[in-house]
Design a protein around this ligand. Structure first.
Ligand code: G1P
Ligand code: ZN
Length: 547
């Protein structure tokens, strides 16, 4: 029986411009009809009736309830079929792959990515298109608009649908296929990388690794791929069982939040240390790569993957081009220039890479925020990145540190750091960025402690495929010595505003590549204060997260 419930009050979800969905405090999503409002808007705009969609999430608190709501709304909205991960679990990369492999209309991912989970944490709903990638701005804008207009949603009254076994069920006229969340994704990885060569590395007594799933969704994927298929010792995967509250851990794989790994790799005794360690975020699309006492900056990682892609089976025949988000360091630009590849600079956020990938303009892309990926799917991919590194280490028979230092010796080193000022008053943050924009005209040609401003602008991007324009994507200041400063407001925070300041300094001289990042970027930090005056605008003396 179909029943249409009318809704009295419809909360108006205010869209985060940087995301392709909605990310909020979990309690906001738990408000009556809030999730329903957003999901109905997606169904109205996407025209999913009669079509098939993929559904799954990272297992955080409210995942189970939200899946049940969405399944019943889908049945009432005339969808033909939903492919859902067992127990409602699917990583973001796995959703992207399933959409593409099964050739379906799109998908919905329940996750707030690297944000903390739990009843006092964050929740999110994101929708992806038939190419497997996040919805583009025209769709998210349309959904946003629709969410403010609709006055009712459709809901199929039925008891909870069991998702604990891989089987096909029926909900009204709609079919529900409950799939193994891991196997098809793991098969794809096996096609891209040289599993034999990685297996030899992982089973040799000369190489040890750990993968920290941070109690989030990457655990089942990592255990199947690293331990079962590649023969790594049982126990290689740490915190591998997804928990609704991520065991209180903030599942953001960086030096600040992946404390267990960082402690092991930097402070642990020799016995605890391993040759290679990685961590992944809530929905498994990001990862951090560490060697013994050594951190690989994600921007360097993108450059290194690009430089060595020919060693990986999937990329042996060459790359079509590469792309990085604007704040990501220019290390990859140097590799692209040397390899004669086009290198695109896009606004922050994965959706901008999708068009370039679909149009076969690029093969690899990545961001400074620990996200890397390729044309194998249309999302960034944490486990793929780890496998790429393992495949390189197996081919090169080098340590992580040696591989990176050799890269710097050849291309120069881009010292890099990001400062985050979180939970700032929104008005203060807006005043800060407005003042910075207004000061750009007077900055050109000015010198700060020997750093001369060569050019500066408020980044805007014309999509080379569809011609769409994205403006106000962040202030970038390029100095004559190839150093850079970037200032922008985050689009993914759920509390107040977040100001991000990105610093980059280029050092071609190998003898000067051994400094610590903090020392190398000290002057730029002072210059960033002089130019941006963040303390003056926000009252904050220092950032609360440095990555
Ligand atoms: C952040 C990252 C960005 C990433 C996004 C989604 O966005 O900086 O690179 O694409 O999360 O994972 P921001 O909060 O900076 O807008
Ligand atoms: Zn994520």
């Amino acid at each position: 029986m179909m029943s249409m419930q009318s809704v009295n009050t419809i909360p108006f979800p205010d869209q985060n411009p940087g995301t392709s969905g909605l990310r909020k405090k979990t309690v906001v999503f738990q408000q009556s009809h809030y999730l329903e409002n957003f999901v109905q808007s997606i169904f109205n705009v996407m025209n999913f009736s009669g079509k098939t969609m993929v559904l799954g999430g990272d297992g955080r608190f409210y995942n189970r309830q939200a899946i049940q709501i969405i399944l019943r709304m889908a049945a009432a909205n005339g969808l033909a079929k939903i492919i859902v991960g067992q127990d409602g679990l699917l990583s973001t990369p796995a959703v992207s792959h399933l959409i593409r492999k099964r050739g379906v209309a799109g998908g919905i991912i329940l996750s707030a990515s690297h944000n903390p989970g739990g009843s006092d944490g964050d929740f999110g709903v994101k929708f992806n298109l038939a190419n497997g990638g996040p919805a583009t701005t025209s769709y998210t804008d349309a959904v946003f608009e629709e969410s403010g207009k609709i006055r009712q949603y459709s809901f199929f009254e039925a008891p909870d649908i069991k998702l604990d076994t891989q089987t096909t069920r029926q909900l009204g006229d709609m079919e529900i296929e409950v799939v193994d969340p891991v196997v098809e994704y793991a098969d794809l990885m096996e096609q891209l990388f040289d599993f034999d060569s990685i297996r030899t590395l992982l089973t040799s007594d000369k190489f040890t690794m750990r993968f920290d799933a941070m109690h989030a969704v990457s655990g089942p994927y990592a255990r199947e791929i690293f331990e079962n298929r590649l023969g790594a010792a049982v126990g290689t995967v740490l915190n591998g069982v997804p928990r609704e509250d991520f065991a209180g851990v903030h599942p953001d794989p960086n030096l600040v939040h992946a404390t267990q790994l960082v402690e092991m790799m930097f402070n642990g005794s020799g016995a605890n240390q391993v040759d290679f360690a990685a961590a992944s975020d809530g929905d498994a699309d990001r990862s951090m790569i560490l060697g013994r006492h050594f951190f690989v900056s994600p921007s360097d990682s993108l450059a290194i993957l690009t430089a060595n892609a020919h060693l990986i089976p999937a990329y042996r025949s060459g790359l079509l081009g590469v792309a990085r988000s604007m704040p990501t360091s220019t290390a990859v630009d140097r590799v692209a220039a040397a390899l004669n590849l086009n290198c695109y600079e896009t606004p922050t956020g994965w959706k901008h890479f999708g068009n370039l990938l679909d149009a076969s303009k690029i093969t690899l892309c990545g961001e400074e925020s620990f996200g890397m990926g390729s044309d194998h799917i249309r999302e960034k991919d944490g486990i793929w990145t780890v496998l790429f590194w393992l495949n390189l280490l197996a081919e090169k028979q080098q340590s992580v540190e040696q591989l990176v230092r050799d890269h710097w010796a050849e291309y120069g080193r881009n010292y890099y750091c990001r400062h985050d000022y979180e939970a700032i008053d929104v008005e203060q943050a807006n005043r800060f960025i407005e003042a910075l924009r207004a000061s750009l005209d007077s900055l050109s040609g000015k010198s700060f402690a020997g750093y001369r401003v060569q050019s500066c602008d408020d980044f805007s991007y014309v999509d080379p495929v569809d011609g769409s324009i994205s403006e106000h994507q962040g202030v970038r200041i390029l100095f004559a010595n190839d150093s850079r400063l970037v200032f922008r407001l985050s689009g993914t925070g759920t509390k107040g505003a977040t100001v991000r300041i990105y610093m980059e300094k280029y050092e071609a001289d190998q003898r000067k590549q051994g400094q610590g990042t903090r020392t190398a970027l000290k002057e730029l930090g002072v210059i960033a204060q002089q130019i941006g005056k963040i303390s003056q605008y926000t009252g904050r003396r220092s950032p609360n997260v440095v990555t």
